[in-house]
Design a protein around this ligand. Structure first.
Ligand code: ADP
Ligand code: ASP
Ligand code: MG
Length: 806
């Protein structure tokens, strides 16, 4: 025999009820069907009762409820059946109306009235479904499920309930229908099993009748790894042990009402969670077996809780404090969700529902009045707006590293943990975070344990010029592979130019993002960054593809808020050493990344290579490099036939140089790159420490406009040709190079012969030579295109991937 429970959504419309009918009628053998009220009805009944007690009009609510049921009935039945059914329902409506009237007149809402009113929904829905399912008989659960008072609510009296249900065993028809949720006490007064209690009704019936199986039919495919409304990538779990299901539901997984598990566990009745709207899905089986393949099965959370802390050095070593604390709370019926005490015993924290916080605080202040006046206890601290997050899995038992990974990932994302509790059963690790961080926490944790099929990274791109655009194209092209092979979902969650910004947490459609940005809301970089911080998404990465100083100024704030920064913009790392160092140390402190590989040599792996060498104990002794593609192009193309000014003009026209070629020719760009490299080699150099000879003598940089400069440049053609010729006559060529030797940094021309590695360096190539402890006689060389939007974007992309540490 099976007990099948259908929840509110499964009863939510005539169409849903027809699915229920089909499901029930398809199952062979004896069936007990337990139903919730039509979806949303219990809420509205409670709403009506609250209006009534305040003397407000509840008629609209009542009419709405009647209409809702009438519509379902008229859609499901022929007129003759409908009339009979309506007579049945009318009895319930009458009773409800009378009750509400009474409450409204007296202005009093007793527990009894409240329970009777809120339980009407199940009586209505069970009457309807029973009329719909062939050969079914309707029972009244109140005759079998017995409760007694406990605190503010009721608890089930197990023995009489089991006995009453057990007596039904041999007289049940093929299909017995029971309303869920409702019960009665010893005086036959109406009670309920608490919100969500229909699951429990079904479990009690299953236990009392020794059913073979308890099926909970709802609106999701099964028990999911996390609340699917919060974690879109939550997936359905095939199996859970009773203990796991109990922990998850206790910590907020609403899919099953927590007490439900107990009767099923006691009688070892397997529970199957199924989807009324997708009956083919296998669902989730909950039984006594444990499978520990996955250490963490799922996570859940409770919102609207407060952290109450009793603190004081006078508590250390004193026995009885916690007993008094818990007793004081128990007297006030305050339910404790989590307890945490430091081993120093100087504080005890408990998590309670926020609605109890005021009462709880007063209770503790009273209880510890004496200790507080003697300053042995500092007082009672209340942190409201908290949430509890729990990870659950029997596989955590006796395995190390779970909490390590958990708190590493949580910390890396800048989430502050207020209290932690792990039971000795090691089935559950729970911790308290601020409610503003809840969504992020759930995402981070879900990903940390690969509960997700993939990990998500949220990019915020500033600057959509040629590099930014090329990056977007590359992301789009790679997205599918990264998802499939690396299980990484890259989402461009925001983009901005200097005037506008556009956001979408789940990722912008790259095809249309740039067009949409044109119509997007105005916003400057400061607002863009504030919004990124406020959005508080997991694994956030800020990507700077601009060349703007105002963007560079934002890095520190971003890093301080646990947002990684990947930048193609050299301004920050080449400004004063203090700024550079602060950014680096902040990133380390916050556990995020600050990456700028493309600042030197575009996509060439220079900084990464140096970092790896240093990390593995090698020492960079000398560094020599050609770091400007533009200048190298110019040097390579000037000849006896082609003058310097001609080649510069060409480089400018072809877009190889900056629009103002002076920026390249003054040598600043090379200097900045060298500074960055030197700093990465741990030399705290400033610009003033670099010995620099510009490409042209200083006086050529005094002109106002680019045109004037270009005209003036012709005056230098001859001198430059002479310099070139001299080198050539000695079998050498010129290179504009940077070097770092014994901590001394230098930028300027060098002459190299054909044995020098820089001799053959075509076109606009860059090259860097690293002489280290390990690479001394034959230095390491890295060579390739060191400029261009495409290679730069590729380098930025590589840095982004590095942030997630695939
Ligand atoms: P019913 O009315 O059928 O009893 P509920 O609304 O009480 O349904 O519970 C089902 C809902 O629980 C789902 O629609 C889902 O939004 C929510 N839920 C929360 N956590 C989980 C979880 N871990 N797995 C599945 N559903 C969950
Ligand atoms: N109808 C009740 C509620 O909404 C009980 C249930 O659906 O389980 O709480
Ligand atoms: Mg439910």
């Amino acid at each position: 025999m099976k007990v099948l429970k259908f929840g509110g959504t499964s009863m939510g419309s005539s169409v849903a009820m027809l699915s229920v009918k089909r499901i029930v009628e398809k199952i062979k053998g004896q069936k007990v069907v337990v139903v919730s009220a039509v979806g949303g009805v219990t809420d509205e009944l409670i709403n009506a009762s609250k209006k009534a007690v305040k003397g407000e009009s509840y008629i609209d609510v009542l009419n709405y409820l009647k209409e809702k049921h009438n519509q379902i009935v008229s859609e499901l039945f022929t007129p003759s059946v409908e009339v009979k059914l309506q007579e049945q329902l009318e009895v319930i409506w009458k009773e409800l109306e009378q009750l509400l009237k009474g409450v409204s007149l007296t202005g009093e809402l007793s527990t009894k009235s409240y329970d009777t009113i809120s339980g009407c929904g199940e009586r209505l829905s069970s009457s309807i479904i029973s009329a719909l399912i062939s050969n079914s008989k309707l029972y009244d659960s109140r005759e079998f499920i017995k409760t007694e008072k406990n605190g503010n609510g009721h608890v089930v009296k197990i023995n009489p309930t089991m006995q009453a249900i057990g007596e039904l065993k041999f007289s049940l028809p093929e299909v017995a229908v029971f309303p869920g949720f409702i019960a009665s006490d010893d005086n036959d007064e109406n009670t309920t099993l608490g919100r969500g209690g229909s699951d429990y009704s079904a479990a009690l019936l299953a236990a009392g009748l020794d059913a073979d199986k308890l099926e909970i039919w709802t609106d999701v495919d099964g028990f999911m790894s996390a609340d699917p409304r919060v974690i879109k990538r939550a997936y359905c779990l095939e199996h859970l042990s009773y203990a796991e299901a109990m922990e998850l539901s206790h910590f907020g997984a609403k899919v099953i009402y927590p007490p439900t598990i107990i009767p099923a566990l006691q009688k070892q009745i397997p529970i199957l969670i199924k989807n009324t709207f997708n009956p083919e899905a296998p669902g989730t089986l909950i039984d006594k077996n444990t499978d520990v393949e996955r250490k963490v099965k799922g996570l859940s959370s409770i919102k609207d809780v407060s952290l109450l802390t009793l603190q004081g050095n006078g508590m250390i070593g004193v026995s009885g404090i916690s007993m008094r604390m818990f007793k004081a709370l128990a007297i006030e019926n305050v339910n404790i969700i989590l307890i945490s005490q430091a081993s120093s015993e100087s504080s005890i924290s408990v998590v309670i529902n926020s609605s109890d916080a005021e009462v709880a605080k007063m209770a503790l202040l009273n209880e510890f009045e004496k200790e507080i006046s003697r300053k042995q206890i500092n007082g009672v601290l209340v942190d409201s707006k908290m949430s509890v997050v729990a990870i659950v899995g029997e596989g955590m038992k006796h395995t190390s590293g779970v909490s390590g990974q958990l708190f590493h990932d949580v910390g890396k994302n800048g989430i502050n943990v207020y209290a932690i509790a792990q039971g000795a059963s090691e089935l559950n690790i729970s911790f308290v975070v601020h409610e503003d961080d809840l969504r992020k926490t759930l995402n981070v944790v879900h990903e940390a344990f690969f509960l997700s099929q993939y990990q998500a990274i949220h990019l915020y791109l500033a600057g959509v010029g040629t590099v930014g655009k090329s990056l977007l194209t590359k992301i789009q092209r790679q997205a599918e592979r990264l998802l499939k092979v690396e299980r990484l979902s890259i989402r461009v969650a925001g983009i901005a130019n200097s005037r506008q910004m556009l956001f979408k947490d789940r990722g912008l459609d790259i095809d249309t993002a740039l067009d949409k940005l044109k119509e997007a809301s105005p916003g400057n970089i400061g607002q863009f960054v504030d919004q990124i911080i406020e959005n508080n998404m997991s694994n956030s990465v800020f990507v700077d593809c601009s060349a703007s100083p105002v963007v560079a100024e934002q890095y520190l704030k971003l890093l301080q808020n646990n947002v990684s920064v990947v930048t193609a913009n050299k301004i920050a790392s080449s400004s004063d050493y203090e700024t550079y160092k602060k950014l680096k140390t902040t990133a380390v402190q916050k556990g995020v990344k600050y990456l700028f590989e493309t600042n030197v040599g575009a996509g060439l792996p220079i900084i990464n290579t140096m970092n790896s060498m240093i990390q593995s104990g090698d020492k960079i002794l000398q560094l020599e490099a050609v770091l400007s593609g533009t200048l190298n192009y110019i040097v390579n193309n000037v000849s006896a036939e082609r003058k310097l000014s001609e080649v510069v003009q060409e480089a400018k026209d072809k877009g190889y140089s900056e629009p103002d070629p002076r920026i390249d020719l003054i040598g600043k760009d090379v200097l900045r790159k060298l500074l960055i490299l030197a700093r990465e080699c741990e030399y705290p150099l400033e610009e003033k420490h670099v010995d620099i000879t510009p490409f042209l003598p200083e006086e050529f940089f005094t002109e106002e406009s680019v045109e004037q400069f270009m005209a003036r440049l012709k005056d230098y053609d001859e001198a430059f040709e002479q310099k070139r010729k001299e080198a050539e006559d000695n079998g050498k060529i010129l290179r504009y190079a940077a070097s770092l030797k014994q901590g001394k940094a230098k930028v300027g021309f060098i002459e190299v012969d054909e044995n020098h590695p820089f001799y053959r360096l075509e076109d606009s190539n860059n090259k860097i030579m690293l002489r280290t402890d390990y690479y001394y006689d034959h230095p390491m060389e890295i060579k390739g295109y060191g400029a261009g939007a495409d290679v730069t974007a590729a380098g930025v992309f590589a840095d982004i991937i590095k942030v997630v540490n695939l």
